[in-house]
Ligand binder design. Structure first.
Ligand code: UD1
Length: 352
């Protein structure tokens, strides 16, 4: 009997990381993979470097959708993905996380009647103003195989009435990737930033809720600059953030402003920082797994278990940030890292 062919849909930076670990597991299980890149992230720093550094397979197709409004971006992806799925006829489709690429992949597959698996199912932050929360809820509604990182995520799905037989707790591909790729010695990676281990803050900021309102973006930059008066703040800005800062002519004095870092460098910065200040879902988890306390630049986090265990502290308002960063300490118990998610997912996909 021919092996089941699995289409994996990626488009944005955090998905490249998760897909890399699943690709390895699919190859080890002898399941042929058809990787499709929507092109949501397209430049060297946001996409090309990740494909190279993580040895991702050559995409079977790249839709090159680029940046646009949510409606236009998602519609272009949906059209391109439907065409790819009709041409390549996969036996199952896998989508990752909560981006517009996730939702488009989910809609295209289910409308063609192709079984759909969602990696990171059941994550909820409870804030429906976030595009990511809407993408999560809708994708989980249509997926056949809901692959959860934790029992807390599985409980969210049960509460929403999802049939128990569709839910599987498989572990976390992002944690597996983090443990596989984090440099044991971060020091060589710190040289370009001019900082020493334990003596700087690593910051990232890119969520629409934080960057699209000029007052709020200015307030976050002021709060980070206030911290920068006491200890260096390495700020690796997403292109959307850099563009907003430049467009609004905002000051970044007191910050060590850089573009997006490559994956290993990001992990080295997470490991070596005294505290990480971020609104990224991925960076929150990676820093905590590597033993660094995190202040989350948001009102809520979908990593509710990291918040209750004390690894992540929410900063609902920018003026809370300096105090929270000054007082952050790592909790005594490490973050549980769980089983190898890649092989668990590959087994479920092989069974159909
Ligand atoms: C997307 C995801 C978010 C994820 C993030 C990771 C959605 C709704 N959001 O947000 O969940 O955390 O990716 O980075 O899907 N840009 C570039 N070069 C690129 C890509 C983007 O310059 O390669 C700039 C463009 O100005 C673009 C902006 O970034 O308009 C935003 O990109 P977009 O894909 O719309 O969303 P992200 O903010 O990256």
């Amino acid at each position: 009997m021919a092996e089941r062919r699995i289409m994996t849909v990626v488009g944005a930076r955090p998905q490249f990381v998760k897909a890399a670990m699943l690709s390895r597991a699919l190859a080890a299980a002898g399941l042929p993979e058809l990787l499709v890149h929507t092109g949501q992230h397209y430049d060297e720093a946001m996409s090309g470097a990740f494909f190279r550094d993580l040895s991702l397979p050559e995409p079977a197709a790249n839709l090159q959708v680029g940046s646009a409004s949510h409606g236009v971006q998602t519609a272009r992806m949906l059209e391109g993905l439907e065409r790819c799925m009709q041409q390549l006829r996969p036996d199952a489709v896998v989508v990752f996380g909560d981006t517009n690429s996730t939702l488009a992949g989910a809609l295209a597959a289910t409308k063609l009647g192709i079984p759909l698996a969602h990696v990171e199912a059941g994550m909820r932050c409870g804030d429906r103003r976030m595009p990511e929360e809407i993408n999560r809820i809708l994708t989980d509604q249509v997926a056949d195989l809901l692959l959860c990182t934790s029992t807390a995520a599985a409980d969210n799905l049960r509460r929403e009435g999802v049939a128990a037989g569709r839910i599987h707790v498989v572990g976390d591909l992002m944690v597996d990737a983090c443990l596989a790729f984090a440099p044991a010695d971060p020091v060589p990676y710190l040289a370009p930033f001019g900082v020493s281990p334990g003596r700087f803050i690593f910051a990232t900021l890119h969520r629409a809720e934080n960057t699209d309102d000029p007052q709020r973006l200015r307030a976050w930059l002021n709060a980070l600059a206030a911290i920068g008066r006491n200890e260096p703040v390495v700020f690796c800005a997403h292109p959307r953030t850099t563009a907003r800062i430049a467009g609004l002519g905002l000051a970044t004095d007191g910050l060590r402003l850089h573009g997006p870092a490559d994956y290993r460098t990001t992990l080295a910065l997470c490991r070596a920082a005294r505290v990480v200040a971020t609104d990224s879902g991925g960076v929150q988890k990676e820093a905590a797994v590597l033993g660094t306390p995190v202040v989350v630049l948001r009102e809520r986090s979908e990593w509710t278990d990291l918040v209750s265990a004390g690894w992540c502290t929410l900063a609902p308002r920018p003026d809370h940030l300096p105090h929270l960063v000054a007082n952050s300490k790592p909790p005594s118990s490490p973050v549980p890292t769980g089983p190898d998610a890649g092989s668990a997912i590959a087994r479920l996909l092989a069974d159909g």
